[in-house]
Design a protein around this ligand. Structure first.
Ligand code: PMP
Length: 435
């Protein structure tokens, strides 16, 4: 496979050689790492992207989840281009940010106020600060295997350090502010939320990595009850699921209202940007007048690219399309078809893996314990979550490479995300490639 891949992608190989002299591992985002080197893309449209060697790929990496409408949606592109020509940074308030914020409040059930950030990582950092200020408590509960960005408070327990110990560069006194729980351990969750020093629970409502490590819906309801009883905040990290699972995100799809929601990716129309949305009394900790009236200091939150006008233009258009069309439903339906058809391939070939997931996502269970399973009926909640995350050595990379050779780019976890731009023909071609 490696030899064939090198033959098909000589331009990417040359760029990677240069990149290796510039960047650690030659890359600018950990999850873009792959062996022997990643593809270098120079154009993307709809559900497809093309590399510098002219190879076309059906894309399921989906801009790390930022692109529910696919690449370079004509209306979004036009809106962003028009905004670009009017200036990229006013260091001033502007109407598009107001329209953008109004759309978030209209669409997201739990949003009474919103504050824009420049990324999802910044959104979870701000949500954490708001939760601590609001509750006067210092610890957070997080779910093992859930991702919330890369700042100091969110590093342990995602890909490593499941015992909560600090990852390199993180202070022990920071790491010990996080209480890690297993999503399938309801007694552990209840015990964590029985403590009186918990400011908030952070989780991906769809389960870690957009459902790679699912959370039972009953657990979500239980969390709502436990946090209310405990006086801590329920924070949904909807950086991927927001405006994807449904126009109102996972919270609308599940009918559960969190106290705060962190957003990025789709909320910024696929451009840089993020947000924290939620209860007014909590967001009031950012409000000058409310803080003065309450006789307290407001919390600090500047940020050069908060509410950037180009992101605002792309976001307004994207959110309008999501609000007024069946874009989310289409993406969800396509993923459901893909999962079923890929499992038919696995069953047909007698391979003990399964493709699972919810909404517009799919994940590959690589069955590290060699369980006897039926790919079609496998329930990811029936195995310990660590097994879902364990990929036999190099199998994930090999699958990714093999699919690239067949014109399909999945995410490296391995898995993928569908968009509203994926067509029936794309699904057919993907099944052929997977087969
Ligand atoms: N939370 C979740 C659930 C995410 O998926 C991500 C990004 N993949 C983040 C937070 C961090 O967002 P960003 O990459 O914009 O910092």
């Amino acid at each position: 496979i490696m030899a064939e891949y090198r033959q098909q992608t000589p331009g990417s190989a040359r760029l990677y050689e240069r990149a290796n002299q510039v960047f650690p591992s030659g890359i600018t985002h950990d999850s873009r790492h792959m062996k022997p080197y990643p593809i270098y893309v120079d154009q993307a449209e709809g559900a497809h992207k093309r590399d510098v060697d002219g190879n076309d790929y059906i894309d399921y990496f989906g801009g790390h989840g930022a692109l529910l409408l696919g690449h370079s949606h004509p209306e979004v592109t036009e809106a962003a281009q028009a905004a670009l020509a009017r200036g990229t940074q006013y260091a001033a308030s502007h109407e598009p940010e107001v329209i953008w914020g109004e759309a978030v409040l209209r669409m997201l059930p739990g949003a009474e106020r919103v504050r824009f950030t420049a990324s999802g990582t910044e959104a979870t950092l701000l949500a954490l600060r708001l939760a601590r200020a609001f509750t006067g408590r210092d610890k957070i509960v997080r779910f093992k295997g859930h991702f919330h960005g890369w700042h100091d408070h969110m590093t342990s327990g995602y890909v490593s350090h499941f015992d909560g110990s600090p990852t390199p560069g993180v202070l022990p006194e920071v790491a010990e502010k996080t209480v890690l729980v297993d999503s399938d351990d309801s007694a552990g969750i209840e015990a964590a939320l029985g403590r009186d020093d918990i400011a908030a629970v952070f989780l991906e409502p769809t389960g870690g990595s957009f459902g790679m490590i699912p959370v039972a819906e009953t657990t979500l309801h239980e969390l709502r009850r436990l946090t209310q009883a405990n006086g801590s905040l329920l924070i949904f990290d909807e950086v991927i699921s927001g405006f994807r699972c449904s126009p109102g995100g996972a919270q609308q799809a599940y009918g559960i209202q969190p106290d705060l929601t962190t957003l990025a990716k789709i909320v910024a129309g696929g451009l840089p940007g993020g947000a924290v949305a939620g209860r007014k009394d909590i967001l009031d900790w950012l409000d000058f007048a409310a803080s003065e009236a309450a006789g307290r200091q407001k919390i600090l939150h500047p940020g050069t690219f908060n509410g950037n006008p180009v992101s605002a233009a792309a976001a307004i258009t994207t959110l309008r399309i999501i609000e007024t069309t069946d874009a989310c439903e289409r993406a969800n339906r396509t993923a459901e078809t893909l999962r079923r058809r890929m499992n038919e391939v696995l069953a047909d070939k007698g391979i003990g893996w399964s493709i699972y997931g919810t909404f517009s996502g799919f994940h590959v269970f690589m069955n590290p314990e060699d369980r006897t399973i039926d790919p079609m009926t496998f329930d990811p909640l029936s195995v310990p979550w660590k097994e879902l995350k364990t990929k036999p050595a190099d199998a994930a990379n090999a699958l990714r490479l093999a699919l690239l050779l067949e014109g399909v780019d999945i995410g490296g976890w391995p898995g993928g995300l569908t968009s509203a731009a994926h067509s029936e023909a794309d699904v057919e071609a993907t099944i052929q490639a997977f087969s």
